[in-house]
Design a protein around this ligand. Sequence first.
Ligand code: PBG
Length: 324
Amino acid sequence: MSFPTHRPRRLRRTEALRGLVRETRLSAAGLINPMFVCPGTNVRKEVSSMPGVYQQSVDKIVEECREVEGLGLPGVILFGLPESKDARGSSSTSALGVVQKAIEAIRKSKLNLLVITDVCLCEYTDHGHCGVIENGDVANDATLPILAAQALSHARAGADIVAPSDMMDGRVAAIREALDEHRFQDIAILAYAAKYCSGFYGPFREAADSAPQFGDRRSYQMDPPNAREALKEVALDIEEGADLVMVKPALPYLDVIRRVREKCDVPVGAYNVSGEYAMVKAAAQKGWLDEKRVALEILTGIQRAGADFILTYHAKDAAKWLKP
Ligand code: PBG
């Protein structure tokens, strides 16, 4: 039995009907706001390729965190622009580093926010790679202790969740071990499990000043055509102790998000990355797209694909737009 008995349009007639049968309900509760911490005080410098996103000193970070909390967002993820860089990314593990100081300041302000930290070396190395260099290549095993020390310094400062994004093999286990050894057994690990080598990170590298000074990240980040391999990466990270996993970027990898969601039972996040944000902003500025409409459509699509939570530069806007 088909038309005229069945008329799917009956349930699209009014907003009340559409609301009743809506399958995906986007809410601020599942969105995380990324932020870039820089040295100094009273610094708030807009990233030119990411309008509305700023490099900010700790005092300004706390101000924005207050706004983030007020909008009903559950948390932030912090990236650091350190005072100094070297070949080993040493400044990333300092208790006096910008991220560590920002975490402490947010904790002191008693805001009801989850503090997540990106754990990686690329923002802290002078060569811009996510690990240390040996014989002209990014050395996996030699990088692990530095990542573990960085994660530990974030936990000491008061982070709730550490999120390794470097794509070294074995880093989740190394971080879990270091945290547990120092009684941070309750600090969770969000693994950037399936992180692809993507052109969509372009604007982020301006924001975080982390572009590789030679070569590219193809020898450690995933090859975009591969999806089965993402399931393997996710399985390995869960085995090593990841509490949550993430797929990144989001839009060109919706199929991967779906497959990861179906294959594993830990919470799955997606990172709606800088380039995805910049495209919408640029088109909206030209009057070619309705920013609110497309941003919410994109976030809904990422959630519909299977993401339980989304890291997005549109988090604050979305929270405002979604207010009843
Ligand atoms: C690495 C890192 C990157 C992003 C998050 N963590 C950049 C990279 O791998 O080159 C990208 C995020 C974005 O584009 O919004 N620390």
